[in-house]
Design a protein. Structure first.
Length: 238
């Protein structure tokens, strides 16, 4: 009989099932995984559903900083060397199923199981690259192009062979928070995307692959959506 040191750790099984220091939780839309200011005592692995991360300033203004989907970790900041408080709020957008892993168990498995730590490191690197891309997007792109990028990210283009994707229900207010503009501007851009066949927008949003033209080819619907002058100057350089 093989001893404990010879066992094979299965990362997929670990993240799919409850066990010592971890349990399955079910969340309904608008239900929080945790709230800003809560004790950072666990990490969640999102098995199914969509969620968002928001922060609230000291004057009460709320901003949505990122969206999460199946396969993402939620609340990884709990692994900081010194336990502290949550710096943000994680909220379910759709029905969600997640594995809640206690902080100590998460730290143990990362230390003992290389396959798991490799997976988690890959996630952290991808999250870091996404944050950098979001920052560049905010600094250099027009609000219309930022909206197009957010819709494509929500539709998970590149992860699926689907030519068009139906998004979970999300308000224009949330989209406005994510791209740093007003709800009225989001409504204006969404109507233009519909007119040009980039999306269908009724009860829910259906994104067509043609929306990629806005982000990749700079084919904005008209001249009212211009890039910041700095980009034009860069293109003019020899």
């Amino acid at each position: 009989m093989a001893g404990p040191e010879n066992r094979i750790f299965d990362t997929v099984t670990f993240l799919a099932n409850a066990g010592l220091g971890r349990r399955i939780v079910q969340l309904e839309p608008r239900q929080n995984f945790y709230s800003q200011g809560d004790a950072a005592d666990s990490v969640f692995y999102l098995q199914k559903g969509r969620a968002k991360i928001t922060v609230v300033s000291i004057i009460g203004k709320e901003a949505t900083i990122t969206l999460l989907s199946e396969g993402d970790f939620v609340g990884e900041g709990a692994l900081a060397a010194v336990p502290g408080q949550r710096l943000s709020t994680a909220t379910a957008i759709t029905d969600c199923t997640a594995l809640k892993i206690e902080r100590d168990e998460m730290a143990r498995v990362m230390h003992d199981e290389h396959s798991f730590s490799d997976l988690f490191l890959k996630f952290l690197l991808e999250r870091s690259m996404r944050i950098q891309a979001d920052l560049v997007d905010q600094l250099f792109n027009s609000s219309e192009k930022r909206l197009a990028r957010i819709l494509l990210l929500m539709a998970e283009f590149g992860k699926s062979s689907e030519t068009e994707t139906l998004l979970p229900r999300i308000s224009q207010e949330t989209l406005a928070e994510m791209i740093g503009t007003t709800r009225s501007r989001v409504s204006f851009f969404m109507n233009r995307f519909c007119q040009h066949g980039f999306i269908e927008y009724k009860d829910r949003i259906r994104v067509h692959r043609s929306l990629l033209n806005v982000v990749l080819l700079d084919r904005l619907p008209d001249e009212n959506a211009q890039k910041p002058p700095v980009l034009s100057l860069l293109k003019e350089r020899p």
